[in-house]
Design a protein around this ligand. Structure first.
Ligand code: SAH
Ligand code: SF4
Ligand code: F3S
Length: 467
């Protein structure tokens, strides 16, 4: 018997890439590939890349430099190694990648990776293997279902792509160019995928999309369903204990989504709702199409529907022309909302986007200084939010054994890691935990009796500055 071929996938960027990497592995499992954690023993290495900021794209080329050495070494020993570049850099740069890094055999965009087996055969036959057109066939109709063992090996929490692409064209962003136009998968396909995951031990489903709440797929009844309607349906799937979704755009928050938060216990009260800036002038220049006060009103609608809801966000500092005063409007918005967590980035000009043509750039030292101030405000909010959990009893979904012997780690509704001493059979279950202390970002606690849950703490009452 020949030994199985080995596959190593390294993913960068967002959750969509994590999901895509799993589906690539499922596709190549049908070709006899098994995954390996080591790039050096692999027969096929896939870099699943991200183009969102310059640093993210440049990482790929330094990794390719390292892989060239490994590939040459393998060739000297008579072993042929193939290197593929997938994901958003592949889509954006196409065969330019092979010109810059001839070590690459295959270039495949995020909408075409169901063709990986054919591309691999083509490259092994010495033909060009570049595919970055947006194909007419829908990859989801061709991707095989993951095997039951693969689902179990991936753990109790899974991503499911429900929507891809983006039509918003924020002026700084490459996603509409790398992922293409917004498309929603039919509800029936999503429900089947979720049932299969739940039948194989998955207990938490995160629906993902570049702009997930723009979901408008065909429903089981033939009508167009918004995300809220889909969430109601998925909450009925046996075994699904928790539902989440990411990433949302404020403009696409509709009544069905707010109602789902009001009605569905399984829908976690934690929403990633990027705002990018607190300045109306910058928001307009970014083409976000809402103001800071619109955003505050949307947050209020969520809070009215579910008092224990908390938010996270993304911010860009140093967008072209951002003044000190406009930046302080971002700080003011953050203070007003009180986030449980947030990501902040220095603006990075991306080729082909309208903002990259804007002349009034912000200097590097100003950007660094603004980023540091924003991150320190966000950190203090996050610590205050985490400290507020101490002394309360909250539900935790247990995921896996922790590094420390006898400890099991899970997550709260707000994705805070929580550690308890407990038997491993609680993995996959939701249990009440009394939170006793906080160690950096992790909560430590003890299993508590059923019924000991603390009533939800209104997120708005948390001190936003950590005071
Ligand atoms: N669809 C999501 C975000 C996708 S990209 C949304 O609409 O918010 C993830 C985050 O990367 C963005 O929210 C933004 O904060 C950041 N980002 C995108 N393009 C960027 C750029 N050119 N420079 C710096 N940060 C950027
Ligand atoms: Fe990019 Fe804007 Fe689309 Fe988000 S909504 S993916 S930031 S263009
Ligand atoms: Fe990056 Fe593409 Fe995701 S650019 S953030 S991998 S959609």
């Amino acid at each position: 018997m020949t030994s199985p071929k080995k596959l190593h996938i390294k993913s960068y960027g967002c959750q969509m890439n994590v999901y895509d990497a799993q589906r690539m592995a499922d596709t190549l499992a049908g070709e006899g590939f098994v995954e390996t954690a080591e790039a050096d023993d692999a027969d096929l290495v896939i870099l699943n890349t991200c183009h969102i900021r310059e640093k993210a794209s440049e990482k790929v080329f330094s990794e390719l430099g390292r892989l060239r050495v490994a590939k040459d070494e393998a060739a000297r020993r008579g072993r042929q190694v193939s290197i593929a570049v997938a994901g958003c850099v592949a889509q954006a740069e196409g065969d330019e990648i092979i010109r810059r890094a001839p070590v690459v055999d295959i270039v495949v965009g995020p909408q075409s990776y169901h063709h990986l087996p054919t591309l691999l055969a083509r490259s092994r036959a010495g033909e060009a293997a570049v595919e970055t057109e947006f194909p007419v066939d829908d990859k989801f109709n061709f991707l095989p279902q993951p095997k039951a063992e693969a689902i179990r090996a991936r753990g109790i929490s899974a991503f499911v792509t429900v929507q891809e692409g983006c039509d918003k064209f924020c002026t700084f962003c490459v996603v509409p160019y790398t992922r293409g136009a917004e498309v929603s998968r039919p509800a029936e396909k999503i429900i089947d995928e979720v049932k299969r995951l739940a039948d194989n031990g998955v207990r938490e489903i995160t629906l993902i999309g570049q702009n997930v709440n723009a979901y408008h797929g065909e429903g089981e009844d033939g009508r167009t369903w918004p995300l809220g309607r889909l969430l109601y349906r998925l909450a009925e799937v046996p075994g699904v204990l928790r539902l989440r979704y990411s990433t949302s755009h404020p403009l696409d928050v509709d009544d069905s989504l707010i109602a789902a938060h009001r009605d569905l216990k399984a829908l976690m009260p934690f929403v990633h709702l990027p705002v990018q800036s607190g300045s109306d002038r910058i928001l307009a220049a970014m083409n976000r199409r809402h103001t800071a006060s619109d955003y505050l009103k949307i947050v209020e609608r969520f809070r009215t529907a579910r008092q224990d809801i908390a938010f996270s966000s993304d911010f860009i500092v140093g967008f072209p022309g951002e003044t000190e005063c406009e930046f302080t409007e971002t700080l003011a918005l953050v203070t007003e909302i009180g986030y449980a967590a947030a990501y902040s980035f220095k603006y990075s000009p991306r080729p082909g986007t309208p903002a990259a043509e804007m002349r009034e750039t912000v200097s590097a030292p100003d950007m660094d200084e603004r980023l540091a101030r924003l991150q320190s405000l966000i950190d203090s909010q996050q610590s205050a939010f985490n400290r507020a959990a101490i002394g309360s009893t909250v539900e935790v979904l247990f995921e896996r054994a922790a590094r420390k012997d006898g400890q099991i780690v899970g997550r709260t509704a707000y994705l805070q890691p929580a550690h308890v001493m407990a038997p491993p059979d609680i993995i996959g279950q939701v249990k009440p935990v009394r939170i006793e202390s906080l160690e950096r970002y992790s909560l430590l606690g003890e299993l508590a009796p059923i019924g000991a849950l603390t009533s939800p703490q209104p997120a708005a009452s948390l001190s936003p500055t950590g005071a």
